[in-house]
Design a protein around this ligand. Structure first.
Ligand code: UGA
Length: 452
């Protein structure tokens, strides 16, 4: 099929490259000339594992082209997939980019004779596609939905594993305005053999996406809440508790007497909170939508509240031990919101560093690849904030260390390095991945989230 994709961020580009690799003719459109130039020069504007190799391949075989020319892209394709950003504004989702894209596509459809399907892939709150997008498309095109097709096809891509998640989806959700839209959209996913195609209405598709993210985020906050109860109770370790709870075969079945260990149970581990470009923004948008729709949510509201407090609890525990943080050098092990990414958006490390700085501490952040991105949020001044990739520099003469991101590099730090390099031997393990006994054996005071 001929497909145009509007927006070449992480969702748009991954979608474009993967669909092109399945044999479709894809045109990636972005208003930013520099982004298009990069793609045409065979450089991915974002880092995503496996993406660049695949992108180069599909560009070289002519299956993917990139342009700023929306008009010719829409005119020369059968489907336009909208994959623009939907950030969280002050108190609700910001749909400006969606509205603008719908208007521009609609204006082009006015002159287009052939049937064309508009698909929303961006995460949007329920009713966005069948009200805002539909209305804007109708006004701009002078046509009625039905003359053109309309679908909502959410993505379930994890950062760092987006290509793999796209190529091997668990399910393909297609919300459709009518049967013709659905049937056309279904052809996009021919060749994704095993994945069930879920045919729902537009607003259900939108809700499925939010529910998926809200559920995962809530699991994390649930584990963190249990951790907080454990912290208040001597000799109960949340790690032991959750490990045992998730051995229930309903969470972790056995096949041929081997535990399956589904990834889901990793979301039931206590830590210093979730971050990233999706969970925080999506749960907040769902809360705001729910209130607008007439229901005041309880559980997902608490999911956000628990998550907001979680990073600061690391600081409170440190302060209890060191009494004051003023002038203390604190090493922050990990800045990215999760390992294997350079993304620091909404990372717990931001709240932790800001709180430390407010309390007069000196912060030494280390991360294998996220330093540059963190610089844009909290710049290095070399008076109170330093960044490095060398953990030894960070630990040297430190009064404390807080592990924020469970990078393999940090898990592998020899315990002697903590004891030999640090001035005061206090380590806060915000992910429960360090060797507690090994650290205690070399004299380090180990403070673990979810452990008194
Ligand atoms: C998340 C969802 O997992 C995707 O399914 C969804 O498509 C995506 O948002 C989106 O809406 O676009 P992502 O933000 O890349 O993907 O991150 P995850 O890998 O799920 O991590 C989110 C948070 O959960 C992180 O803070 C991470 O530390 C935490 N997490 C992740 C865990 O606590 N345990 C894990 O095993 C994985």
């Amino acid at each position: 099929m001929k497909i145009s994709i509007i927006g070449t961020g992480y969702v748009g580009l991954v979608t474009g490259v993967c669909l092109a690799s399945k044999g479709h003719d894809v045109i990636c459109v972005d208003q930013k000339q520099e982004v298009i130039d990069k793609i045409n020069n065979l450089i991915t504007p974002i880092y995503e594992s496996g993406l660049e190799e695949l992108m180069i391949k599909v560009i070289k075989t002519g299956k993917l082209v990139a342009t700023t020319d929306l008009k010719s892209s829409v005119m020369n394709s059968e489907i336009s997939i909208i994959a623009v950003g939907t950030p969280f504004g002050n108190d609700k989702i910001d749909l400006r980019h969606i509205e603008k894209s719908a208007w521009e596509i609609g204006s082009i459809l006015m002159d287009k004779e052939h049937y064309h399907v508009v698909c929303v892939k961006s995460t949007v709150i329920p009713t966005t596609t069948d009200t805002l997008v539909k209305n804007v498309l109708e006004s701009a095109s002078g046509k009625k939905a039905g003359d053109f097709g309309l679908t909502m096809n959410p993505e379930f891509l994890r950062e760092g594993k987006a290509v793999e998640d796209f190529m091997y989806p668990d399910r393909i959700v297609i919300g459709a305005y009518d049967n013709r839209s659905f049937e056309t959209m279904k052809h996009v996913y021919e060749g994704f053999f095993d994945a069930p195609i879920i045919n729902v209405n537009l607003r259900t598709a939108e809700m499925i996406k939010y529910t998926a993210n809200a559920l995962l985020a809530t699991l994390i906050s649930f584990a963190n809440e249990i951790g907080s109860i454990c912290e208040k109770t001597k000799d109960i370790d949340v790690k032991e508790v959750m490990e045992s709870v998730t051995l229930d075969k309903r969470f972790n079945p056995r096949i041929n007497n081997q535990l399956v260990n589904p990834e889901m149970i990793n979301y039931l581990k206590a830590g210093c909170g979730f971050g990233g470009s999706c969970f925080p923004k999506d749960v907040k948008a769902l809360i705001s939508y729910s209130k607008w729709a007439g229901y005041v949510p309880q559980i997902i509201d608490a999911t956000i509240r628990v998550n907001k407090e979680q990073p600061l609890k690391m600081i409170n525990r440190l302060e209890e031990i060191l009494r004051t943080l003023k002038g203390k050098k604190v090493a922050i092990l990990g800045l990215a919101f999760k390992p294997d990414t350079d993304d620091v958006r909404e990372s717990p490390s931001i709240a932790i560093i800001n709180s430390l700085l407010e309390k007069g501490a000196l912060v030494y952040g280390i991360d294998p690849i996220a330093n540059q991105n963190m610089q844009k949020i909290i710049p290095e001044d070399r008076k109170s904030v330093w960044y490095s990739t060398d953990y030894k520099e960070a630990l040297k003469d430190a009064d404390a260390a807080i592990l924020v991101t469970s990078w393999a590099e940090f898990i592998d730090i020899p315990t002697q390095d903590f004891s030999q390099l640090m001035k005061t031997l206090v380590v806060v393990d915000g992910r429960r991945v360090l060797n507690k006994k090994g650290l205690e054996d070399v004299g380090v005071m180990y403070i673990g989230v979810g452990l008194s």
